[in-house]
Write a protein that binds this ligand. Sequence first.
Ligand code: NAP
Length: 364
Amino acid sequence: MRILVLGGTVFLSAAVAAEAVARGHEVTCAARGSSGEPPAGVSFVRVDRDAPDGLAPLAGREFDAVVDVARLPSQVRRAVAALGEGVRHWTFVSSISVYTDNSTPGQNPHTGQVHDPLSADADEADVENYGPAKVSCEQAVLAALADRANVVRAGLIVGPGDRSDRFTYWPVRLARGGEVLAPGAPGDPVQVIDVRDLAAWIVRSAESGVVGVFDATGPTVGRGEFLDRVAAGVSDAVAGAGAGASAEPELTWVDQEFLVAQEVNPWAGPRSLPVWLPRPEYAGMLDHDVSATLAAGLAVRDLGQTARDTLVWAREAGRDLADGPDGPDGPDGPDGADGADPAGLRAGLTAKEEAEVLAAWHRR
Ligand SMILES: NC(=O)c1ccc[n+]([C@@H]2O[C@H](COP(=O)([O-])OP(=O)(O)OC[C@H]3O[C@@H](n4cnc5c(N)ncnc54)[C@H](OP(=O)(O)O)[C@@H]3O)[C@@H](O)[C@H]2O)c1
């Protein structure tokens, strides 16, 4: 097939392009090229979708399938208008952020209410409007291409190449071993999707003509099992690592109220614990019903493998915890106290922060 990836220079859209090449398709990636390089084997067309005629370099080109990851409704509307006509299949990558209710477990596209779309002419990149903007994007695709469209509402996408570190923290932290601060409770639900599994499903769905609206993330596991599987996945890497490797991780579970009192942030960013969300407000966000997606062919690899590959990538990319055993000025770099990213990782606690919170927990 001739597949156009609108994007292709970073993480998911790059993984989609790489998967499509690997499966023998003729792949074009169209982007500005400012986020990175597209994968080998694609033809790259430089476009700037911020400009009203930004897709002009693609004029006259024909594609069997299009995959779009945009966040701005104007960009999606223009893409559908310019490229939709002759296309057999159109994937729009949306997000579970379209749902208004993050607290109820077990939602799916048939049961979950979505945000109102942005007003017709609004086109905000504002993070507060991410969900409504994605609703507008979905509606633009479905209005024009409903019988050919696969709307993929992704959950937390993880794995090699994830620059947010919202999962990477855990393989890196568990590989270091010792006493590990585990947030919340072992039974709290966790749901992630390996970027390569999502990419594979997107490409295969384009090949076979899967259409509909799907929540695209992995099966739910308890956070205790999640951390155990990540730890098991990275244990080989730890065993082979020599210097810097530590003893088996020992989890110390610290409850939400204590973490909030210690000003530990949920989910992302500095001084955070990733894959941890406040309950009950977010009790359903990592607990969607994905049975229909699995039935439609989404296949997920073992979480341990995702963890191992993510750790290998993180090490190659120089992403590590700040404040390692050598202290704040040691080889692990500064602790991010100046507001900069902690050295290497964009999410999680530094080693010093974690040790301080654990000490306070033991003193309580
Ligand atoms: N990460 C998660 O956990 C998560 C969760 C749920 C849903 N999602 C969704 O999953 C998708 C992730 O996509 P992704 O990993 O490929 O990352 P992304 O950051 O959404 O990538 C955007 C792509 O579009 C291109 N682009 C951005 N602005 C452009 C412009 N003005 N003109 C032309 N091209 C432009 C970028 O390339 P250039 O910058 O090189 O132009 C890049 O290739 C998104 O749809 C996101 O909303 C992500």
